[in-house]
Design a protein around this ligand. Structure first.
Ligand SMILES: Cc1cc2nc3c(=O)[nH]c(=O)nc-3n(C[C@H](O)[C@H](O)[C@H](O)COP(=O)(O)OP(=O)(O)OC[C@H]3O[C@@H](n4cnc5c(N)ncnc54)[C@H](O)[C@@H]3O)c2cc1C
Length: 370
């Protein structure tokens, strides 16, 4: 969507035909799924029909991509076949709750259905142990399980449910470990302030049983209310194509900093579909900056211009934690280019204002595109 919009701003219809293919036909603003869980938003509030982009001269096809053939510059969908001069692959990572054995015992606001299920479970919850964690460490939005924990603690206390014991478990040894010591210390401080426990260094989840999460080493954690982020998968159209990177769970292979496929230079990757290859973590803010950069490269090649857009290797994350919020800014440049172990992160925290900042961004996002 970011790429298509930028292309449509700079290229005339005689310079390019822009086609956006999406199987759902609706753009979902995933961060607000946490607010669907708490009841501040409904699913319709946080999604828009992609067809609205047609007013910008973008052709929107609602269809599922089933095959990508980069050697022939072709994309096959269930309903047809498309040839291209440039292909931007932004098929994301698909949350697959159905792949988690025992999924019926837990919920996860990583899909609209999961967010609504959590809302119902929270409404019926009268106290006890809340356990939140991820099936494995490759999932959308690294801090979101923590944000969910803070929000749930806040929500329950607002409802007068005070006999609540919240634990976050993770494969990382420390909270937010890949983001470096500063972020670890900040998250530990927040967890302490909210009296939320952290259990780190867990293996992946093997299954969920009624009232307990069982890990691959057969250890388990008991819960009265469980949230487990589901396994994520690359769509088969990428995983089974020549674009797949077997060293990164068959997510897409790209080279840095161009975000092009090393063999097929007219094929770009953007967003969650390339994250396991480049190792940043899955976040919309990364997808956004990558999309801007990829679009500018395509525009430059078509028009013979130089837009001067470099790949902005930073990320911003705003968290609503109920009683307060926080904004994180990280510069990943040195990490991505192999010059540092961790990103360089800063945080402004402690103010409730950040809920409003988050809501303002959500509004600006929809206003910008729709
Ligand atoms: C609870 C939660 C909170 C989050 N909070 C934040 C946050 O605060 N900040 C942040 O930066 N990020 C956040 N994220 C992560 C962010 O939403 C994702 O990283 C981002 O959406 C990735 O964008 P994408 O374009 O790569 O993939 P997506 O947004 O997943 O888009 C992929 C698109 O491809 C389509 N598609 C998939 N397969 C096919 C196919 N075969 N054929 C056709 N179409 C297909 C899908 O319908 C979808 O529209 C959060 C995510 C979750 C779940």
């Amino acid at each position: 969507m970011v790429v298509a919009r930028k292309l449509s701003e700079h290229l005339t219809s005689s310079e390019a035909e822009i086609v956006l293919i999406d199987k759902n036909g609706r753009h979902l603003f995933w961060p607000s799924l946490l607010w669907v869980m708490t009841g501040i938003r409904e699913v319709d509030d946080i999604s828009r029909p992609l067809k609205l982009l047609e007013k910008r001269g973008i052709k929107v096809v609602v269809d599922e991509v089933i095959r990508i053939d980069p050697a022939d510059n072709k994309v096959a969908t269930k309903g047809g076949e498309y040839t291209y001069d440039y292909l931007v692959v932004a098929l994301g990572a698909t949350p697959r709750p159905d792949l988690l054995p025992g999924n019926e015992h837990i919920c996860a606001p990583w899909t609209p259905e999961g967010a609504l299920k959590c809302r119902k479970m929270l409404a019926e919850f009268r106290g006890g142990r809340v356990v939140i964690g991820s099936h494995d460490p490759i999932y959308k939005c690294a801090p979101a399980p923590f944000e969910a924990a803070f929000l749930i603690k806040y929500l329950m206390e607002q409802r007068g449910v005070t006999n609540i014991d919240v634990t976050v478990f993770h494969q990382w040894k420390e909270p937010m470990e890949p983001f470096g010591p500063f972020m670890v210390s900040m998250f530990k401080r927040f967890l302490d302030m909210y009296n939320i426990k952290f259990v780190g260094g867990k293996p992946n989840v093997a299954r969920v049983e009624e009232g307990r999460v069982v890990f691959e080493d057969n250890s388990s954690i008991e819960f009265d209310l469980g949230i487990v982020v589901p396994p994520h998968e690359p769509p088969p159209a990428v995983a089974q194509s020549e674009l797949a990177n077997p060293k990164a769970y068959n997510y897409m292979l790209v080279e840095l900093p161009t975000l092009r496929h090393p063999k097929y230079k007219n094929v770009f990757g953007v967003g969650d579909i390339i994250e396991p290859t480049i190792g940043l973590g899955m976040a919309g803010v990364f997808a956004h900056f990558q999309g801007e950069y990829v679009a500018s490269q395509i525009i430059d090649e078509i028009k013979g211009t130089f837009m001067g857009e470099h790949y902005n290797m930073t990320g911003v994350c705003v968290m609503d934690m109920g009683y307060m919020g926080a904004a994180v800014f990280c510069d990943f440049k040195d990490k991505l280019l192999g010059r540092a172990e961790y990103p360089n992160c800063y945080m402004i925290g402690g103010m409730r204002l950040f809920r409003a900042v988050k809501a303002t961004f959500e509004k600006l996002w929809f206003d910008k595109f729709f």
